[in-house]
Structures are given as C-alpha cells and as structure tokens.
Design a protein around this ligand. Structure first.
Ligand code: PBG
Length: 349
C-alpha cells in the first residue's frame, strides 16, 4: 500500500472525522447486548402440538422435519419438556378419529383435543393451553365449517354448492368452544375467519359460566400458500377449491385493519396476524392501532422452507430461525406461535 502512488494529492489528510460513529456501540458482545432494542425469550413463544388418538404414539410429519403428531400421553410428555425449557403455552390441533360433514368430533367432550387438554393440564398444571378452534381438521370436505348443500333446509342456490355457510358455522363454533373450555383450555383461538366468530364464542362461553376463558382471535388470517406443509400435519386439505372465500387476500392491508377492529369490538382478548414473515407490515400496523396483546403465527411453510434449505446445507437454521423470530418481535408481536419454540428455547439458553 505504501508503495502506491497517491492519487489524491494528500487530500485524505484533511477529511473531517465522522461526528457520529454508530460502530462504537458494536465493538463488543456486551455493548451490543446493552443497546439491543428487541428481546426474544422462551416465555414469548407458543408451541403448536398436533394430537391424535392412541397411546405412546409419535408420528413424524413428512413435510415438517422435527414435528410430530402425538397421542395425548406423548403431548403431556412434550408439555413437560417445553415447560423445562421455559415455554409457557401450547396451541393444540386435533386429528379426529372420524370426519363428517359438520365436524362432529370437535364438540365431543371425549374428542381428541379435550383428551389432550386434560393430559397436558394433569402433567403441567401451569401450562397455558390454547385450543385452535376450527372445523377443517374435523370435516370430511376439509373446509372450516358447514357447506351450502341441497340436502340442507337452508340451502341457498345463489351461493352455489360448497359455499361455506357463515351463521350455521357460528353455532357449531359456539358449541365446540364451550366443550374445549370445559375440558380446561385457557384460551380459545378461532382460526376460521368466520364473520362474527369472536362475539358468538364470547357469548357462548359467558352463558356457560366460562367468562374467565380468553379468546385469541386469528383476526387477520390470509389465504396463504405458506400453510402448505400444515395440510400434512393436520390432515386437513380442502377436498375441493381453496379458502379464499373466507381467508383474506394477501393483497389487502386496510381490510386486515377492519377485520382486527371488528374482533376488538367483539371482545377478543388477544389479536393475531398470520402468517408472520410476509406480513410484518400488518403486524406493525395492528401494533400501532390497538393496545391489546398481539400474537403472530410463524406458519408451517415459514418453518419448512428453512428446514429444507438447512438440510441441503444452504443456510444456518439456528441463525435464520432466531433472526426471523426477532424480526417478528421487532415488527410488534408480543408473542409468536412457532414450530421452533422448543429448539429456540434451547438456543436462547
Ligand atoms: C385451521 C388452521 C390452518 C393453520 C392453522 N389453523 C390451516 C389453514 O387455514 O389452511 C395453518 C398453520 C400453519 O400452516 O402452520 N384453519
């Protein structure tokens, strides 16, 4: 370098020194820790658990490496392991023994989710148990409620066969929510994007003496390709069509705020935006607009695409998982539902 001919004629000797040097605060790990704006702790993470009938069962989910469908005893064991790592909440999805047109098992007090709730509460009484309240896992057609059909007395020809009927679905949601809450669920999390679901479930819980049971509303849930791997996990793909007649268009942001406003007015205790990474702008806008606690759901596709790339050796899974979780927190989420909950709790120490 010293042998290089100066091309600046000594002008670099007279450059002003920077007034601000942000790099000063990046010199050591301790300094970086001191000025970190966003914290990520295991207590902010919620672990999804897929439960199915049986004993001592752990069935690997092909599209989601590291995730399993578990029988209630195994779900209880999992809850213990999660609690040891500082995770305070789980979100349950049920795979029923039988599916039918109106998803009857969802309202069965001995159905798979009530069984799992009791097993988990027995094993870890302090664990917050959240029940995902939807019908897509329970119906033979895989849609999130009951469908318009000529065999129904309320058939609506102008809507076409197979249209998801809103108000008849509300009645079923009310019934199943009371069953799950009676089994011990602390929080009911309606995820079907059915109009009026929060108000209906609130009224049903209150009239059943369950005014202490909270509602975490999937307030802004988009019709997303990122749910792909979940269809394997919950065995819940729609048998025809898709969910765009009830879930939101990814192109819309104002509509998400309207959905959220409605759920606030209907009595939601916790709001949710789903998916997370492609919707950080929505998380931020909801955070700025409302004071209720806000959850974000880092969904199956967000998990599986990183797992797949990591298995190829193309990226560092731990680093990407913690980076995305931190970004979701930075965008404004108080809590994050994530398939990395257990691993992230370990990484966070
Ligand atoms: C049920 C439900 C789904 C997810 C959560 N609850 C599936 C869907 O809406 O199609 C997706 C979760 C994930 O992809 O991790 N309605």
């Amino acid at each position: 370098l010293s042998s290089r001919t100066p091309v600046t004629n000594g002008i670099t000797n007279h450059l002003p020194t920077p007034v601000q040097r942000p790099r000063r605060l990046r010199i050591s790990p301790a300094l970086r820790d001191l000025v970190r704006e966003t914290r990520l702790t295991p207590a902010q993470l919620i672990a999804p658990i897929f439960v199915r009938h049986g004993r001592d069962l752990r069935v690997a989910i092909r599209s989601m490496p590291g995730q399993y469908q578990m029988s209630p005893d195994q779900a209880a064991r999992e809850a213990r392991e999660l609690a040891e790592r500082g995770i305070r909440a789980v979100l349950l999805f049920g795979i029923p023994a039988h599916k039918d047109a109106c998803g009857s098992e969802n309202a069965d007090p001995d159905g798979i989710v009530p069984q799992a709730i009791r097993a988990i509460k027995d094993a870890v009484p302090g664990m917050v148990v959240i029940s995902d309240m939807c019908f897509c896992e329970y119906t033979d057609h895989g849609h999130c409620g009951v469908l318009n059909s000529p065999d129904r007395s309320d058939f609506q020809p102008q809507l076409g066969e197979g249209y998801l009927l809103n108000d008849p679905t509300l009645a079923l949601l009310a019934e199943a929510s009371v069953v799950h809450a009676r089994a011990g669920a602390d929080i009911i999390a309606p995820s079907g994007m059915i109009d009026g679901m929060v108000a209906t479930i609130r009224a049903a819980l209150d009239s059943a003496g369950l005014s202490h049971t909270s509602i975490m509303s999937y307030a802004a849930k988009y019709a997303s390709g990122f749910y792909g791997p979940f269809r394997d996990a919950a065995e819940s793909p729609p048998q025809f069509g898709d969910r765009s007649q009830y879930q939101m268009d990814p192109a819309n942001a104002r509509e998400a705020l309207r959905e959220v406003d409605l759920d606030v007015a209907e009595g939601a205790d916790i709001l949710m935006v789903k998916p997370a990474l492609a919707y950080l702008d929505i998380i931020r806008q909801v955070r700025d607009r409302h004071t209720l606690p806000l959850a974000a759901y880092q969904v199956s596709g967000e998990y599986s695409m990183v797992k797949a790339a990591a298995l190829q050796g193309w990226l560092d899974e731990q680093r990407i998982a913690l980076e995305t979780l931190t970004a979701i927190r930075r965008a404004g989420a108080d809590m994050i539902i994530t398939y990395w909950a257990k691993e992230a709790a370990e990484w966070l120490g």
